[in-house]
Design a protein around this ligand. Sequence first.
Ligand SMILES: Cc1cc2nc3c(=O)[nH]c(=O)nc-3n(C[C@H](O)[C@H](O)[C@H](O)COP(=O)(O)OP(=O)(O)OC[C@H]3O[C@@H](n4cnc5c(N)ncnc54)[C@H](O)[C@@H]3O)c2cc1C
Length: 356
Amino acid sequence: MKPDFPYLIVGLGIAGTSLWRALERRGIPAFVADAGDAHAASRVAPGVVNPLAGKRLNPSWRVAEQLPVALDYYRELDALLGERVFHPTPIIRIIKDAEQREFFEKRKLQERAQSYIGREYEPDRWPGVLKDPLGSFEATASGYLDVARTVELAEALLARAGRFAKERVLAEELEVREDCVIWRGKSFGRVVFCEGWLAGKNQFFEGLPFKPAKGEMMTLRAKSGNLDSFPQAIVNRGKWILPLGNGLFRAGSTYSWDSFDDVTSEAGKDTVLNALGEFVVGEFEVLSQNAGVRPIVKDYRPVLGVSPKSDRVCMFNGLGSKGVLAAPWLAEQLLNHLEGGAPLGEMDLARFFRRK
Ligand SMILES: Cc1cc2nc3c(=O)[nH]c(=O)nc-3n(C[C@H](O)[C@H](O)[C@H](O)COP(=O)(O)OP(=O)(O)OC[C@H]3O[C@@H](n4cnc5c(N)ncnc54)[C@H](O)[C@@H]3O)c2cc1C
């Protein structure tokens, strides 16, 4: 039997969106279902692409492979969605302490990091705006994807094409047959769960060691300070601030490992505002605060591949804190595996099911 669609994508965050686009590029149509959870990471994240992550300024995992694919996908999405969703923007990294300065000096000499390092600045480069007593530098090849808007526009486009359902797909509802999977009267060659952190409850993938992390962030308005002269850049000193124009900013974010909801907290707000106080001159009014949950797996690697229960039921998950950089490249890797048999290596979810 020929299924109604080769693929059912469950979840339209950045993983589901990237998979939909990767399938389209291969001429394979997909149907998409998404429950629209408010605290899905893709509805909250600022979507920053930062090739030199963390205090150590280490190039992100497989960034040299991921970055060109991501930039190509997001350029295509700008055109397809009829609106600019990806904004190439430099990141100013303010050197936090002597230890980070040492890491920076080391990275400048390493070929794998050099291409992500732009201009270096002496201390006090932005007097009255930023506090940078140890200097700063510009990280290049960076920017941000308006993830929430991307997902919203993708949903509208798919809905217009009759290929979208605003529904939660329960694993128990699927009828897995030898030649297809049935969901609500439609047949599919494969189902790919792109559920974000909620995948921990999916019976096809029981035993995957999810370790999600909630994060809070805020939209701010400048109340005081010389913020008209704020650089046109994301500024990062562990926490970050992103200028949106007209005196508005986004800033974040926090990590907590024990509650997974969309409830925001005073503690979250204080953490971010106190951190901003360390490197931005001026005061802010909090316009809104929101929270989402990052889909992280114990070993901090993506989890791609097929369920130990059925080859027709697959997963695309574990995007962690850097889903925007990784998702398009990972979607390609997953399809190289499902359509062409290429090994997934360290990304294969089978690593958690192999006999010890
Ligand atoms: C505060 C915060 C800041 C972040 N900052 C950045 C950043 O700057 N840069 C970056 O790259 N990453 C960032 N991240 C991480 C990034 O957001 C994630 O890596 C990425 O969004 C995960 O995407 P996803 O599609 O896997 O999952 P999600 O975004 O969780 O999307 C899953 C989707 O599936 C739907 N769904 C789930 N289960 C079902 C079901 N059974 N049936 C139907 N639909 C279902 C959900 O409603 C949701 O729409 C941040 C995350 C947070 C929380």
